[in-house]
Design a binder for this molecule. Structure first.
Ligand code: UDP
Length: 459
């Protein structure tokens, strides 16, 4: 496929921002995770799911959506056309091979250069760029310094939280924190995925900056209530088992250790009336860090005598994941922090109660006593007690299931998320045309803070 720049009838695309018959092209950037790669070749992360879902939904709302990512294999096509107005464009920035995200910063100037070349080939200019995760945020800041774009950023994960209390921070930690601070101040708008993420940004990153809260969503066509007995039969699980589920990457911050320790306690309790416990751990371990964490969890499972009840399922695609959520009695999200936590929503959409850490976006997704329970992170006793409460009270669990599914149906669809993003983009583009600062309020200190951005890319 050729590298034709996005369709625009105008050489002055900022003058045609309407998503009407002449589609306005916008760029989404997710550097470290290729949204177009087939499922088994790429890590299942929240940012990838988010970008895939909103880009398709935005295209349906009338935008031309171009998603830019880094090319990791010379055999992959440069452009993948997902639907008539949604495509992924792979830019060459550094060796065309997998590079762990913590070692990607040095290749970001090349990414900026490749983006610049792509869009200027025909004198084209994306007037709005929505970046995802800090590496793309860095790219967005460079683009904003040199051209008139509206920069929107979503963090998906925050260094200030990730590295808090960590004795040995990786080399990239300080750069990442600086970039995340600059992005908060320099972007035209930050999209936080929960009010809790907004608070965290204010507390731990910076006070200036325009932050709008637009919660994440879930695909209701994929994640919805189904027959639990069918799901169990398909997965070879017995109807009498107490199935506890975790879905997510093997990352120490996901708190899987807390869940395993809690399950060891539950096994000792007499609340399960002799019915067997089953712990399912769904998720990938495909880089050195996550393989090390999976090995650590496997040792812990053995040490606590849980080998016979624990299954390391591996990565499961969204085609089969609803079966796991549906089959489970409870889905546990024991993360130390989650800006949003898509897994909690997916489980709830399938009618599965969620026991989650009382942090970040999980506080927003889960309504305690109505759709699940919230527990202090790393509180093994608390998690054991909460999980056991749900497992031992069928009537209440039934009510939780119904309410969980209703909450997601009523509040969290990707099409609703895209509609709110679309409205935000329109207002930002209108503001850039008219200079109307009232429509999207900017923090008064933004201009001053922008001028303190490093002139050169951060090394
Ligand atoms: N996921 C998946 N298969 C797996 C594990 C995870 O599809 O084996 C998906 C999961 O359904 C969710 C995303 O990966 O959509 C994880 O998002 P979340 O926000 O919970 O965590 P993050 O990866 O952003 O920390």
């Amino acid at each position: 496929m050729s590298q034709t720049p996005p369709v625009s009838q105008s050489r002055h695309p900022r003058a045609t921002f309407s998503a009407g018959p002449q589609r306005q092209a916008i760029a989404l950037i997710l550097v470290h995770n290729d949204p177009a790669l087939e499922f088994q070749r790429e890590e299942a992360s929240g940012s990838r799911v988010y970008v895939n879902q909103i880009s398709e939904a935005l295209a349906k709302l009338g935008w031309q959506v171009d998603v830019f990512t880094r090319k990791t294999n010379p055999d992959d096509p440069t452009i993948v056309q997902h639907s008539p107005h949604h495509r992924t464009i792979r830019l060459v920035a550094g060796p065309q091979e997998f590079i762990p995200r913590d070692r990607l910063l040095e290749h970001m100037p090349a990414f900026v250069e490749a983006f610049r070349k792509f869009q200027t080939k025909d004198g084209f200019h994306y007037p709005l760029v929505h970046t995802h995760y800090w590496l793309a945020g860095w790219v967005g800041l460079q683009l904003k310094q040199e051209s008139n774009i509206q920069l929107v950023h979503t963090y998906h994960s925050l260094a200030a939280v990730k590295y808090a209390g960590m004795a040995q921070k990786p080399l990239v930690a300080d750069h990442r924190m600086a970039v995340e601070r600059h992005t908060l101040v320099g972007a035209n708008c930050i999209v936080a995925t929960s009010p809790q993420e907004q608070e965290t940004l204010r507390e731990l990153v910076a006070t200036p900056g325009n932050v709008q809260v637009i919660p994440g969503g879930t695909d209701l066509d994929v994640f919805h209530q189904m027959s639990r007995s069918d799901a169990r039969a398909q997965l070879g699980l017995s109807p009498s088992e107490n199935v506890v589920l975790h879905v997510g990457r093997f990352d120490p911050r996901k708190g899987i250790e807390t869940l395993v320790r809690a399950c060891a306690q539950i096994k000792q309790m007499d609340t399960l009336a002799g019915e067997p416990l089953r712990l399912l751990l769904v998720g990938a371990a495909d880089d050195a860090e996550s393989l090390a964490e999976r090995d650590r969890i496997q040792s812990l499972v053995a040490e606590l005598g849980l080998n016979a009840v624990t299954e390391f399922v591996g990565q499961v695609g969204h085609d089969r994941l609803p079966l796991y959520y549906t089959a489970a009695d409870v889905c546990v999200v024991p993360s130390q922090f989650e800006p949003f936590g898509l897994v909690a929503l997916e489980a709830m959409a399938c009618g599965t109660p969620v026991v989650a850490s009382d942090v970040g976006g999980l506080k927003f997704a889960v309504v305690p006593e109505e759709t699940g329970l919230l527990v202090a992170p790393q509180d093994v006793d608390g998690f054991a007690g909460a999980i056991a409460r749900i497992l031992s009270d069928d009537l209440w669990a039934h009510r939780l299931r119904r309410q969980a599914s209703l909450r997601v149906q009523q509040n969290f669809s990707w099409s609703a998320v895209a509609a709110r993003l679309s409205d935000l983009y329109r207002r930002l583009l209108a503001q850039s045309l008219t200079g109307d600062l009232l429509s999207v309020p900017m923090a008064p200190t933004t201009a001053a803070a922008l001028s303190s951005l490093p002139a050169e890319p951060l090394e």
